[in-house]
Design a protein around this ligand. Structure first.
Ligand code: G6P
Length: 611
């Protein structure tokens, strides 16, 4: 989703901004632009990729040491050069980039039109640029106050950066609902919607909270609330490094991230899976474990892939800790009758820690008195900061829009949580605990082993590159994996795919099966395998093409499938950590064969910061 980068200092601002916009491409976008201040203000915008903006900049040769840039993911108004940011008011004095949605833009626009303002595009953001200008020109106030007063009239969400042609020594930024941070360099400052565009210049950052604003100049920054109370902010040190956000020889970030999973799962367990002591230690949950296990119920809220991880978590919590769990789409939870209260615990799962619906569900649950636990990947993200306690997944920056390593890290965290709760609850026996601890320890090397030979997956991908539909079936722990496998394929190859609990096939999807329908059967869990074999027979009887994912040694499944991919044998409840990997690769290779834009699939955003 939209990205912001701004710069003030001694470098050429356009260079920092263009490179920053390229680093922000992973968020998903359809147009881009920037404004640079020198003696004058110059604005360049394009529809399409940042490379086009780079070309345009070479032709125009923009010069200046202060500027703001933006990648836009269309909400109001189609992707076009006119609708791309920055936007300016009638006289072109103020330029503004904006993430989020101004909900009352229509009312504001009509009012401004009555006052003579003419609009060129259809965006909500342009209205805010005009509003700032109107307020500034109609009263005797400075640039900062004009932005502040304009925001006072705005309903909705925003992360904004604004510059003023006649005050070319500052950038004004403000946040409500859309993340923004200030990067502190030496005699130079950066603003950005996430850390990726600034990591090569500085690791020192200040995060803005909702309803906070800042003035950023060459000499420093000053943060205050929208109501003008000056704040002293903590300076955070970023944990990520540049290497983590570069491709490292892989053709795509997604492939790099799939191949990193042995390491990321190991990182996630480091210092937490205490093998010698046969126990789990989760520092982020210290002091709250009893409250969690004694809760009336646990509600897991998340979106997309994180929601699938939540479903795996449900099976794990029920099996290992005998805890009642409900998994909710965050977007649905927040509009339902709120029956969550202080007797309940909510767990929110989010890679980015910024997903608008997940954040709203968190806030709703907190308002009702529930304790909220976070499972986040991005350190210092809004969700991580607003939860009462939590566990980081430590998967490192995930750049590919389709989530891979974050998913396995989330499932690893949920597995460790379930084990910890199961021991505390006394529902998890010594023997099983020992078995799981030993097996978890071997997961990273099993992942590495699987990734050493991907030939069969490439072969299957080649044969099914032009399939129009796919069905994914699984039972028990493999059901959420089936959903996740189907989502991966949809996201990056644009093939229609559905995931189903295998038994539900008879209640509808079986009508679709013929010799053109590839059916991916995830038959990795021993305790449901007999039943899965029946489902495979049902598909075969209708000439569906079976691709099976089964554990080593499940010869019955292999015999019945047209293609089969084996994963190393592990306890049933750990199979999602392995069985999802061939599915990630299958969708990756199919998408590459179809020449799709793997890392930035059409219409998708990495971090969905609008509702
Ligand atoms: C977007 C991304 C998905 C992600 C979902 C939830 O749709 O494209 O990959 O699973 O948001 O994001 P979160 O950051 O909250 O896990």
């Amino acid at each position: 989703m939209c990205g912001i980068v701004g710069y003030i200092g001694k470098r050429q601002a356009s260079e920092v901004i263009l490179k920053g916009l390229q680093r922000l491409e992973y968020r998903g976008y359809d147009s881009a632009g920037f404004a640079i201040l020198d003696d004058d203000m110059k604005i360049l915008k394009i529809k399409g990729k940042v490379d086009e903006l780079v070309k345009k900049d070479k032709e125009e040769m923009t010069e200046g040491h202060l500027g703001i840039g933006h990648t836009r993911w269309a909400t109001h108004g189609e992707p076009s050069e006119i609708n791309a940011h920055p936007h300016v008011g009638a006289s072109g004095k103020f330029a503004l980039v904006h993430n989020g949605i101004i909900e009352n833009y229509n009312v504001l626009r009509k009012d401004l039109e009555k006052k003579g303002h003419k609009f060129t595009g259809e965006t909500d953001t342009e209205v805010l640029a005009h509003l700032i200008e109107e307020i500034h020109d109609m009263s005797d106030i400075d640039f900062f106050q004009a932005v502040q007063q304009a925001l006072g009239q705005v309903k909705g969400t925003y992360g904004i950066a604004v510059v003023h042609k006649y005050t070319p020594d500052r950038i004004i930024i403000a946040r409500k609902g859309s993340p923004l941070l200030i990067g502190i360099g030496e005699d130079e400052y950066f603003v950005a919607s996430d850390a990726s565009p600034i990591i090569e210049y500085t690791k020192k950052v200040v995060y803005l909270e909702d309803e906070e604003m800042a003035v950023v100049t060459r000499d420093g920054y000053e943060v205050s609330t929208l109501k003008n109370i000056t704040l002293t902010k903590e300076v955070h040190e970023l944990a990520m490094n540049l290497e983590q956000i570069e491709k490292g020889g892989y053709p795509h970030f997604m492939l790099k991230e799939i191949f990193e999973q042995g390491g990321t799962i190991a990182d996630c367990m480091r210092g937490r899976l205490m093998v010698a002591e046969n126990r789990i230690q989760l520092g982020g949950l210290e002091g709250v474990v009893d409250k969690i296990i004694n809760a009336r119920r646990v509600v897991i809220a998340a979106c997309g892939t994180s929601w699938h991880a939540g479903l795996v978590g449900e099976y794990l919590f029920e099996y290992l800790a005998h805890m009642p769990v409900e998994v909710e789409y965050a977007s649905e939870f927040r509009y339902r009758e709120q029956l969550v209260d202080e007797r309940d615990v909510m767990i929110v799962i989010s890679q980015s820690g910024e997903t608008a619906d997940t954040l709203a569900a968190l806030r709703e649950a907190k308002r009702n008195g529930a304790m909220v636990i976070g499972i986040c990947n991005v350190v210092g993200s809004t969700i991580a900061r607003e939860t009462d306690a939590g566990v980081y997944t430590h998967a490192g920056p995930e750049i590919g829009v389709a989530s891979t390593k974050a998913f396995t890290a989330q499932v690893t965290v949920l597995t460790m949580m379930a084990m910890l709760f199961g021991r505390q609850n006394k529902t998890l026996s010594d023997e099983l605990m020992q078995e799981l601890v030993q097996e978890l320890k071997t997961i990273p090397e099993k992942v590495e082993e699987m990734l050493r030979n991907t030939d069969e997956i490439k072969n299957i991908a080649r044969l099914f590159t032009y399939a129009s539909h796919f069905l994914y079936l699984g039972r028990s722990y493999s059901f959420p994996v089936a959903l996740e496998g189907a989502l991966k394929l949809k996201e990056i190859s644009y093939i229609h795919a559905e995931g189903y609990p295998a038994a539900e096939m008879k209640h509808g999807p079986i009508a679709l099966i013929d010799e053109h329908m590839p059916v991916v059967v995830i038959a990795a869990t021993d305790h449901t395998n007999e039943k899965m074999i029946n489902n495979i027979e049902e598909v075969r009887a209708r000439r569906g093409r079976i691709i099976s994912i089964s554990s080593d040694g499940q010869s019955d499944v292999d015999r019945l499938a047209e293609f089969s991919i084996n994963i190393p044998e592990v306890h049933d409840c750990l199979t999602p950590l392995l069985s999802c990997i061939p599915l990630q690769l299958l969708s990756y290779y199919i998408a590459v064969n179809r020449k799709c834009h793997v890392d930035q699939p059409r219409n998708l955003a990495k971090s969905v910061t609008v509702e």
